[in-house]
Design a binder for this molecule. Structure first.
Ligand code: FMN
Length: 422
């Protein structure tokens, strides 16, 4: 029987641990719990003990507890430590090697893998201090799951900061405990150690991003275009770079600067974009966020089409453009392991996006409503739905940078989980 030591921190999401314990036990995983002092303000050791069927450890200086199973044994006699919810304060204490309560003493004394599920207000998660602590912990080899984007417990608050769902936690824990991903005593180290030595989440990965509109020439001065500003695609490229990836950004004509540290190819038309995407492969993740024109002028004119007072307006014949998403997602040796498409819809957003995901063989689709009333084009914020093979998640309104960060963290976790099961 595998063993998990669950460290419960003092956040609202602590109540979810009761369900987590049950779900793990159903999978024949034994759970012993440590609660921080703050955690006990949210759920009681009595409830946790009753569900886990084990004495709950709460105090570093508990004479009886230390005699029964000391904090060093507790830190060692487990296959995995899971910290959920990991508060901002707990992350800070872990990052600085504190050991002034039972939770941090156990975390400092352990040699087994540690999986952390942060949960906090989005402003706390975004704060430079938390960013520094997370980066340091990732560099120390701590594995992260979440946080996800969503509604917060506080009324009217939304953003990136929700603890990963219990089902996601269970799947990740099972992955880390699966023999072959490491084995007893070193479970998950094959995957977790990828983060050792200052390796951020997407280190060693190549992320390919398309962004902006395409311009399809009608003649040398006129073209078919759309309202895409490139803000979402560029934010995705910037976030991928921040998370340590090598990034190739294929950008249509936009008025915004190229994010720092990103290799960019400027293109105009859909066929130029397809050529540039194919030339940039292989990639681990392709995020196709560009608003590629579906049609181009069938016969672009070399000279400017003249307006003639006595002639009717010229008819514009259209030809279909290549479908970049469908081309890249087609099974084959060059297909990136994770292909994410975007769907800008004005009606039946989720239904249309579901159909698009299947028709184009994309892994995920990020769908958004771009009807006029939503003012999405050129805006700083957006409301999106993430469609995967078996799930539809509706995220709250977020900044495009927050959407980019949440999407890429999810993508990194998805790839890490694939590698753990491979
Ligand atoms: C109602 C309430 C909810 C809180 N929720 C969170 C939370 O979700 N995440 C967080 O990082 N801190 C939260 N805090 C603050 C922590 O409880 C506080 O920082 C505490 O010192 C964390 O202790 P611990 O890390 O030892 O569990 C909350 C505080 C209160 C009063």
């Amino acid at each position: 029987m595998k063993r998990v030591l669950l460290v419960i921190g003092g956040g609202i999401a602590a109540y979810k641990c009761l369900d987590l314990i049950r779900r793990l036990q159903e999978r024949r995983i034994a759970v012993r719990c440590v609660m921080t002092g703050a955690a006990q303000a949210f759920i009681t050791p009595l409830a946790v003990g009753a569900i886990s069927n084990e004495r709950v450890a709460t105090d570093l200086f508990d004479l009886e507890g230390e005699r029964e199973i000391g904090h060093i044994r507790m830190a060692r006699e487990t296959d995995l430590i899971v910290v959920a919810p990991a508060t901002a304060d707990l992350l800070a204490r872990m990052a600085h090697g504190h050991a002034d309560d039972l939770a941090t003493a156990v975390l400092l004394a352990t040699r087994v893998p540690v999986l952390v599920a942060p949960a906090m207000n989005p402003a706390m998660w975004d704060h430079p201090a938390t960013r520094r602590n997370v980066a340091r912990l990732e560099a120390d080899g701590i594995a992260f799951i979440g946080p996800n984007a969503g509604e917060m417990a506080e009324k009217g608050e939304a953003g990136v900061g929700r603890m990963a769902e219990v089902s996601e936690l269970v799947a990740r824990i099972e992955n880390l405990l699966t023999p072959g991903a490491g084995g007893k005593g070193e479970i998950g180290f094959l995957s977790i150690s990828a983060a050792k030595g200052a390796r951020p989440l997407l280190a060693g990965r190549h992320v390919l991003v398309t962004s902006g509109p395409t311009h399809e020439p009608i003649d040398p001065v006129r073209y078919i275009a759309n309202r895409s500003s490139g803000k979402q695609g560029h934010a995705i490229a910037a976030a991928a770079h921040r998370l340590g990836a090598r990034v190739t950004l294929i950008s249509g004509p936009v008025q915004i600067p190229v994010p720092e540290g990103v290799e960019v190819r400027h293109v105009e038309t859909a066929s130029e974009m397809l050529d540039a995407v194919e030339a940039a492969l292989p990639a681990d993740i392709a995020v196709l966020a560009a608003a590629v024109a579906d049609w181009r002028a069938a016969e672009p004119q070399r000279g400017k089409i003249k307006k003639r007072p006595d002639a009717p307006p010229p008819a514009l014949a259209l030809a279909e453009n290549p479908d970049i998403l469908a081309t890249i997602a087609k099974p084959g040796p060059q297909r990136p392991p994770l292909v994410i498409g975007f769907a800008a819809e004005t009606q039946d957003v989720i239904g249309s996006a579901k159909a698009k995901r299947t028709a184009k063989a994309a892994d995920w689709i990020v769908a958004n409503d771009v009807s006029e009333a939503r003012h999405v084009f050129g805006a700083e914020r957006n409301t999106v739905h993430l469609l995967t093979a078996d799930n539809v998640e509706s995220w709250p309104e977020l900044s495009k940078a927050e959407i980019a960060e949440a999407l890429l963290r999810r993508a990194a976790q998805h790839l890490a989980a694939r590698r753990e099961t491979a």
